[in-house]
Design a protein around this ligand. Structure first.
Ligand SMILES: NC(=O)c1ccc[n+]([C@@H]2O[C@H](COP(=O)([O-])OP(=O)(O)OC[C@H]3O[C@@H](n4cnc5c(N)ncnc54)[C@H](OP(=O)(O)O)[C@@H]3O)[C@@H](O)[C@H]2O)c1
Length: 120
C-alpha cells in the first residue's frame, strides 16, 4: 500500500453513479484524488498530457471497481477541454465534479548556508 492509497477510504461506495473529471491526474494530488474517488465508486475521467501514467492510473481505478477514461489533453487548449467534457458526457452521461488539479509543483532543498562566523 502506498501513501496515496491511504488518503481516503471509509469503505463507502457513496459516489456510485457520479462522474468526476480530474485534470493533472498523472501524478501528485490528482493521482491520489482519483484513487480516493475510485474507491467510493465514482466514474473517473483522467486528464493530463502524459498518456502512459494516465493509463496506469485508469487500470488502478478499474482494479478498485471504478470505470475510468484516460484522456491526453493540455489544459491550456480550450478545444481539448471541450473535447474532455464531451467525452465525459458520452462515456458516463454527464459531469458531477470537475477538479482542476493540473499545475506545476517544484520541490527541492535549499543549498547549505555558506555564511561563516569570522572572529577578528
Ligand atoms: N503538492 C502539494 O503539497 C501542493 C500544495 C499546494 C498547492 N499545490 C499545487 O497543486 C497543483 C498540483 O500539485 P501536485 O503536487 O499534484 O503536482 P504534480 O505532481 O507536479 O502534478 C501536476 C499534474 O498537472 C499535470 N499538468 C501540468 N501541466 C498541465 C497541462 N498544461 N495540461 C494538463 N495537465 C498538466 C501534470 O501532468 P502532465 O505532466 O502529464 O501533463 C501532473 O499530472 C500544483 O499547481 C501545485 O503548485 C500542491
Amino acid at each position: 500500500m502506498t501513501s496515496n492509497d491511504r488518503l481516503s477510504d471509509h469503505g463507502a461506495r457513496d459516489l456510485a453513479g457520479r462522474t468526476v473529471v480530474i485534470t493533472g491526474a498523472s501524478s501528485g494530488i490528482g493521482w491520489a484524488a482519483a484513487l480516493a474517488f475510485a474507491r467510493r465508486g465514482a466514474a473517473l475521467v483522467l486528464v493530463a498530457r502524459r498518456r502512459a501514467p494516465l493509463e496506469r492510473l485508469a487500470r488502478r481505478c478499474e482494479d478498485l471497481g471504478a470505470r475510468a477514461l484516460a484522456i491526453e489533453a493540455d489544459v491550456t487548449d480550450p478545444e481539448r477541454m471541450l473535447a474532455v467534457a464531451e467525452a465525459a458526457q458520452a462515456a458516463f452521461g454527464g459531469i458531477d465534479v470537475w477538479i482542476n488539479g493540473a499545475g506545476l509543483s517544484l520541490w527541492g532543498r535549499s543549498p547549505p548556508s555558506r555564511s561563516r562566523t569570522r572572529t577578528a
